[in-house]
Design a protein around this ligand. Structure first.
Ligand SMILES: [Zn+2]
Length: 511
């Protein structure tokens, strides 16, 4: 447990927090809030307790779930739920009783493992909850549930069997170890896992059942928030020709890759690129409070992306560091990605070197005009500020990629390339909306331009490509409104709510 600023003697800290927690849980699991609170979770003596208006369950890794009362809020834990995709379309943003929550104990315990930064209570919104007052959008993610946690996972090129769609799933934390292994890192012989810098096996597995080594170049691509089911659906309809090109020479998992909890951007970018869960890498949310420093960290922001390395916990190794350790001198590159520590070339390093006091914020003025983007399919979307900015950033991403890959002799052994527009499109309209689908089409045009370039320089058969995202998306219901903060205040709970959904309890935590 961490330390809390409270009136009681130090010896009784945990008692005070436990009684506050009980009061908070009572308030949050009141049926009055069931429309907006899907579930709450907190750590308890090596286990995690999950509760909502319908019941409570205690989860401990390796043991059967222990039902405390009512119905378990995470009764269905099937990572392949809502497949085939028609089932998801027929049951959008389901209520708790009809929803599924893959790996709930393991994922929640990973969050709570960082006792200085983890909240006392994690509160998960219902998929339908619309909360624009505190940053919510028409499309949202962050939940423990399967659809918000489902990112696409495609593999293509040398070493990949052209099996097309595969009825299976992986974890996002497997992505980095797989890329590092493809680029030359060697797993520990006894566990089959890569080791962190402290010699501890990482959480993620090498996906050697899907891909073999041997490609000269390794390329990882992230389309932020790209919806797994809709991406594969549109590709099958001929609407994403570059994705179809990848699939023609590879495979995609129908269940995608399961994100860590919360299914938020920077938490999962970091898990992808380090192979460990949030409780080990330390970036437990886009925003979190650190009891050790007394500060709140807003890690997912234009002013702070270039500083992500500052919040990584000791022992963590990025894919770039894993590859450098195995192959000293091998070139690595990291395009438009905050989690860049150890990369030979990095967009964020350019921002750090610029000395810009507000990170990427003022540098955005130097980006190409979004109206003139050759990859923008529907001009009207630049009226959305986030979409316009993402268009600029992603266009600059293509420029960086073409420069890095100008000649085969220049190409990095490992390249990581992040895209933002898919997140912008899905936030703006929710999955399957016209703007979300257009964002996938725009990203596909950028990918197509790069694949054309690989053909041009004659290396297309020598590059193994992995394409993924950091989370999924579900659509909010604009009539499903409300907030839980008032209920907590009314119950006399002193707290700080970051995220929202990370509730830190106790006097001195209030903002
Ligand atoms: Zn994201």
């Amino acid at each position: 447990m961490g330390t809390w600023q409270i009136d009681a003697p130090v010896r009784q800290d945990w008692v005070v927090v436990d009684s506050l927690r009980d009061r908070a849980v009572d308030a949050l699991t009141d049926p009055v809030l069931a429309e907006v609170v899907d579930l709450v979770a907190w750590p308890d003596d090596g286990a995690v307790v999950v509760s909502n208006a319908g019941g409570t369950v205690r989860l401990r890794p390796g043991e059967p779930d222990e039902l405390v009362e009512g119905v378990s809020p995470v009764a269905n834990q099937d990572p392949m739920a809502f497949l085939p995709y028609d089932e998801e379309c027929a049951n959008p943003s389901p209520a708790n009783a009809g929803n599924a929550y893959p790996y709930p104990g393991e994922r929640l315990l990973s969050l709570f493992a960082d006792t200085a930064r983890a909240p006392d209570l994690a509160v998960v919104h219902t998929p339908r909850h619309f909360f624009p007052e505190v940053g919510g959008h028409r499309g949202e993610h962050g939940s423990l549930d399967v659809v918000q946690s489902r990112a696409p996972l495609l593999l293509s090129g040398p070493g990949v069997e052209a099996t097309g769609l595969v009825d299976d799933h992986a974890r996002l934390r497997d992505v980095g170890p797989t890329l590092a292994w493809l680029a030359g890192a060697t797993p520990d012989a006894s566990t089959g896992r890569l080791l962190d810098t402290a010699g501890v096996p990482v959480d993620g597995a090498v996906l050697d059942g899907l891909v073999g080594r041997g490609a000269r170049w390794v390329l990882g691509i992230l389309w932020d928030g790209a919806h797994c089911g809709d991406l594969l659906h549109l590709a099958s309809q001929g609407e994403l020709p570059a994705i179809a090109r990848l699939l023609g020479r590879g495979c995609a998992l129908l269940g995608g890759a399961v994100a860590e909890f919360p299914s938020l951007t920077l938490t999962n970018h970091t898990s992808i690129l380090t192979g460990v869960g949030p409780g080990r890498h330390g970036i437990i949310g886009n925003r979190f409070h650190d009891r050790d420093t007394g500060r709140t960290v807003n890690a997912n922001d234009a002013t702070t992306w270039h500083r992500s390395g500052e919040w990584l916990r000791p022992g963590v190794a990025t894919v770039f560091e894993q590859v450098s350790r195995a192959r000293p001198g091998a070139a690595t590159a990291c395009v438009n990605e905050p989690v860049d520590r150890g990369a030979g070339y990095s967009t964020m390093a350019v921002i750090r070197a610029s000395g810009s006091s507000d990170g990427a914020t003022s540098l955005a003025r130097a980006l190409p005009n979004p109206d003139g983007s050759p990859y923008l399919g529907t001009r009207e979307h630049v009226a959305d500020g986030y979409y316009a900015w993402a268009t600029q950033v992603d266009d600059a991403g293509v420029d960086q990629m073409l420069t890095l890959w100008q000649r085969p002799s220049d190409a990095p052994a490992l390249t990581w390339w992040s895209h933002a527009v898919t997140d912008a499109g899905h936030h703006a309209g929710g999955p399957r909306s016209p703007i979300a689908r257009d964002s996938l089409r725009d990203a596909d045009r950028r990918l197509g331009a790069f694949l054309d370039h690989l053909d041009l320089i004659g290396v297309a058969d020598d590059v193994v490509i992995l394409l993924t995202a950091d989370h999924g998306f579900e659509g909010a219901d604009t009539t499903c409104r409300g907030d839980w903060d008032d209920a907590l205040w009314s119950a006399g709970v002193r707290f700080r709510d970051e995220g929202p959904g990370f509730v830190y309890l106790g006097k001195g935590m209030e903002r």
